[in-house]
Design a protein around this ligand. Structure first.
Ligand code: F6R
Length: 243
């Protein structure tokens, strides 16, 4: 079931997303987090609130959606580094409560262990998601079976082109694979918060909200989840006809 909140711009989107996230931050909470451009404003709001109001993350644990395969933790574009730079370093969260999938070593085994760890933590209370221009969630690209848990995904060419901006060049350094929560893992979250802005996301948002439930649009599986809040700006919602 979708609750769709339409806002004017990215600033409003981040503030609305913060309200939803803040309601879930309490001792013992398990937050599912995302990287990319979409959540950065929300993370800034969380940091501001922590500094100004003392909201504590000392008893909170986090599980991130994904990580590039082959990048060491301290690589400037690893999602581990992204999360520390954009959020964790500014909060009172404990390092041992932070979980980011590993893109190194025996990844297949680590993927299975990641889902086990999420389950052992009692599941994710709120899963934050962005959406790819091709409808991916996490890095589960079109065609990913809906019953797939955390796995190694081959990045779609369009995703690599979208992400090339962070790397020196497409062919040499933009990663080709990622370790990602699958649709099955994401669907176990008690609550989902998806944020999207910009016209680049308009087709994916339309397919997710108004199209058929199909593995061609991984985000469309969210139609089967009981509690999804979608926050979109004018551009991302510009192709909707029913909402
Ligand atoms: C990131 C992730 C991806 C992004 C998506 C949108 O952890 O899982 O699904 O949310 O690619 O990326 P941005 O926000 O950069 O447009």
């Amino acid at each position: 079931m979708f609750k769709v909140i339409r806002v004017k711009n990215y600033e409003e989107l981040s503030k609305e997303a913060f309200k939803v996230m803040r309601a879930c931050v309490k001792p013992g909470a398990v937050l599912g987090l995302a990287t990319g451009s979409s959540p950065i404003g929300l993370y800034k709001e969380m940091i501001k609130d922590h500094k100004e109001n003392g909201t504590s993350y000392a008893e909170v644990s986090t599980y991130n959606l994904d990580e590039y395969v082959g990048l060491p933790l301290n690589h400037r574009e690893s999602y581990y580094t992204f999360m520390h730079t954009n959020l964790f370093n500014e909060l009172d969260i404990k390092e041992e409560n932070i979980h980011v999938p590993s893109g190194l070593g025996d990844i297949e085994k680590k993927c299975v262990e990641y889902d086990e760890a999420v389950a052992k933590a009692g599941g994710v209370d709120i899963q934050l998601l962005g959406i790819g221009s091709d409808g991916h969630i996490g890095f589960s690209e079109p065609g990913t079976p809906f019953d797939q848990g955390t796995h190694v995904a081959v990045l779609a060419e369009s995703t690599r082109i979208d992400n090339q901006r962070f790397f020196n060049d497409l062919n040499e350094t933009t990663p080709t694979q990622a370790c990602t929560m699958g649709p099955k893992t994401i669907m176990t979250a008690k609550k989902i918060l998806l944020v999207a802005n910009g016209v680049n996301k308009a087709d994916a948002i339309k397919a997710m909200l108004e199209g058929p439930v199909t593995e061609d649009c991984p985000a469309s599986i969210l139609q089967r989840h009981a509690d999804v809040t979608v926050i979109i700006d004018e551009a991302a919602g510009s192709k909707l006809t029913k909402y």
